[in-house]
Design a protein around this ligand. Sequence first.
Ligand code: FES
Length: 149
Amino acid sequence: MAFVLNGKTQAIPADWAGETLLFLLRDHFGLVGAKYGCGVGVCGACTVIVDGVATRSCITPAESIEGSEVRSVEGLATDGVLHPVQQAWLDLAVPQCGYCQPGQIMSAVALLNEFSSPSDADIDAAMDGNLCRCGTYGRIRAAIQRAVE
Ligand code: FES
């Protein structure tokens, strides 16, 4: 079993079947950007992009990603240049505690892959499943709008 992780083909070890994509990323590949929050697909802290779609990795079986393309927050920057969403996050100092922010960023990137110029309603709908206990929602919306400028 293999998949593409941040542009590089990787094997899914047979003994990881039955585990989740979140822990495959964190514990096997050492990519700890995606976080464990609720573990049941409702908080968004574990969001990565699978075949272009924002995906809750905590409820995605590792074996189900065979043949898929997975992008985690660690794979967004290219040649040392931040993705426009990451740069906007930095420019507007979006994070507070930061725990949910990799998932927020990945949902924002997936949104912008679908809508090049999203309305506030598009942003609110796309980001609805990403919770932030610090309440950074206003800055998140502003950063998404900045990323498309
Ligand atoms: Fe996956 Fe909350 S940890 S949605």
